[in-house]
Write a protein that binds this ligand. Structure first.
Ligand code: I3P
Length: 104
């Protein structure tokens, strides 16, 4: 799965509260056990990453029903303690990302 996502980092490695907490738009691509981030589709085509990839092996991924400031948001909690929120354009897309990340 790939597509545009808004991303907010809530926590870094070890669960430490993230210092940069604003939402940012990325073109996200799930590549095996890595979730990769590009500025747009053409940067993906030329392998020009916009942010380090996130390892999703054994990560917890579920709809963020408790986060009410934006719609269609899911939460990704990684084994290293890092945590991210991702906002999708549509509910069905959000469910698709959650399913693909959970059962990759
Ligand atoms: C953050 C930005 C985020 C906000 C976050 C702010 O400020 O406004 O949108 O998260 O709040 O710190 P900045 O852009 O100056 O980094 P929400 O959209 O979830 O409110 P937070 O620190 O409470 O997470």
């Amino acid at each position: 799965i790939e597509g545009y996502l808004e991303r907010k980092q809530e926590a870094g490695v070890g669960g430490k509260r993230a210092t940069v907490r604003s939402w940012r738009s990325y073109y996200g691509v799930l590549c095996g056990q890595l979730l990769c981030f590009f500025r747009d589709q053409s940067d993906f085509a030329s392998s020009k990453a916009a942010a380090p990839p996130v390892a999703i092996l054994n990560a917890r991924c579920e709809p963020a029903n408790d986060y009410t400031k934006r719609a269609h948001v899911f939460r990704l909690s990684c084994t290293d303690g890092a945590e991210y929120l991702f906002a999708c354009a549509k509910h069905e897309l959000m469910l698709e990302w959650v399913a693909k990340i959970s059962f990759h």
